[in-house]
Design a protein around this ligand. Structure first.
Ligand code: AMP
Ligand code: GLY
Length: 423
């Protein structure tokens, strides 16, 4: 079986690593992949956002399955294009991926489906948006409608900050067309968690819960990042909450889309705020989360391909997802300067020593091979993951592995899973 994995981050290395263990021993291709996927797959020099390039390769090589990692190709219609060629693809069609690609559309679907979410108002005019701020208390959340590489959400502590955020999007167009419409949203308090569900157009299976760490420094200080670590499960998602999330979030959204003729197949990721007002949806993603996937996939046992294929075929059932009792922790090692401008090309040492730590996996996030040497090539460089019988064990192992790895400027948070420990 030939499988194409689209993407080149830690998520895609984890996906390829997991697929490689399936009993059918698939032959893997990764576009573009990284130095980590190069050990499991043939890397293709095609960008994950180059839909015509990916399509041309797939037409020629006819993979039995394509698994799409990132949101951009999904929102550009890669799944539709592959399906039109008669190819099987795991990932939603363009119309379904709008759930991530347009925050206004996501709100419209949630409102129609009665899914709990923060009150919000949409604007394409700065003066009207600024006037509407009077109807929201502080802090207030300003969101660009479209994809903004994780930078399109601003939590404004003051009215001036909110006005500046609105102007930057609607007047200065810092996010281009993605910011041509903005949402003003009420700020929700609580603890965040990520719920990823496999969806086959009708049915869903919720995967183990997880929690991301967005801020760059310990104690949730400093600017937002793509995610500095994750662990699974997240105890804030108690077992009693799972059916609530299924019945008030996941299934209503899938049904509302279906009512509109949109069949959602793939991973539906709900970013939740769990607090005194119960469960509220902050955002949807149309894909596996990153770094959540690096913590989540090592917890799945048995074959993964049948579960992905069941999503495509509309034959999903609970028994296709088997979860190990061990917990998992992922620590992101980032490049010097990240999330600001960061250095590239620094050699990475100690990967072989880290690999010797029991039950640990070093997923490559932003790496490349240069004359046979693994070098850093992205802001998030490595996703060091470990399993353990409990959180203490998994955290200790992940940090033991991370400490063996060295590259100039490397930094990582030392408090991954602090919320679970503080409970
Ligand atoms: P998003 O890009 O939609 O995931 O938003 C980025 C981050 O902003 C989320 O992970 C939350 O930490 C925060 N956020 C978004 N919306 C809200 C909200 N309504 N209230 C509080 N925090 C929010
Ligand atoms: N970890 C957040 C995301 O994947 O969007």
């Amino acid at each position: 079986m030939n499988i194409l994995v689209v993407g080149g981050g830690g998520r895609e290395h984890a996906i390829a690593w997991r697929l490689a263990q399936d009993s059918c021993r698939p032959t893997l291709f990764c576009a573009p992949g990284n130095a980590g996927t190069a050990a499991l797959a043939m890397n293709l020099p095609i960008s994950a956002e180059d839909v015509p390039g990916l399509l041309a390769w797939a037409r020629e090589h006819r993979p039995d399955l394509t698994v799409v990692g990132p949101e951009v190709p999904l929102c550009l219609g890669l799944a539709d294009a592959l399906a039109a060629e008669g190819l099987r693809v795991f990932g939603p069609c363009q119309a379904a991926a709008r759930l991530e690609g347009s925050k206004l559309f996501a709100k419209e679907i949630m409102t129609a489906a009665g899914v709990p979410t923060a009150r919000s108002q949409a604007f394409d005019n700065a003066a009207a948006a600024v006037a509407a701020l009077a109807g929201f208390s502080l802090p207030v959340v300003i969101k660009a409608d479209g994809l903004a590489a994780g930078k399109g959400v601003i939590i404004a502590q003051t009215r001036d900050e909110a006005v500046a955020a609105i102007r930057s999007m609607l007047v200065d167009a810092v996010f281009g067309a993605a910011g041509a419409q903005v949402l003003i949203e009420e700020f929700l308090e609580g603890e965040e968690a990520s719920i990823l569900a496999l969806v086959d157009g009708e049915r869903a299976v919720i995967l183990p819960s997880s929690q991301d760490h967005k801020r760059v420094f310990d104690h949730d200080q400093g600017p937002n990042t793509g995610g500095m670590g994750a662990y699974s499960p997240a105890p804030v998602v108690t077992p009693e909450l799972l059916p609530v999330i299924m019945n008030t979030v996941i299934l209503p959204v899938v049904r509302e889309l279906k009512k509109r003729g949109i069949v959602y197949k793939g991973v539906l990721y709900a970013g939740l705020m769990i607090g005194s007002r119960g469960i509220n949806v902050l955002e949807f993603n149309a894909r596996f989360g990153d770094p959540e996937t690096e913590a989540l996939l090592p917890r799945l046992t048995g074959d993964l391909i049948p579960a992905l294929e069941a999503c495509i075929d509309g034959t999903l059932r609970d028994a296709l997802v088997k979860v190990r009792p061990e917990v998992a922790v992922t620590v992101i090692m980032a490049a010097g300067g990240y999330p600001g401008p960061y250095t590239k090309g620094t050699p990475i040492y100690g990967l072989a020593d880290a690999a010797k730590v029991p039950d640990s996996m070093v997923f490559h996030a932003g790496t490349a091979l240069k004359d046979g040497q693994v070098v850093a090539s992205g802001g998030r460089v490595l996703a060091v993951t470990a399993l353990g019988k409990d959180l203490e064990t998994a955290v200790a192992r992940a940090y033991r592995a991370a400490e063996k790895i060295r590259f100039e400027g490397a930094h990582y948070r030392t408090d991954i899973a602090h919320r679970a420990f503080n409970r």
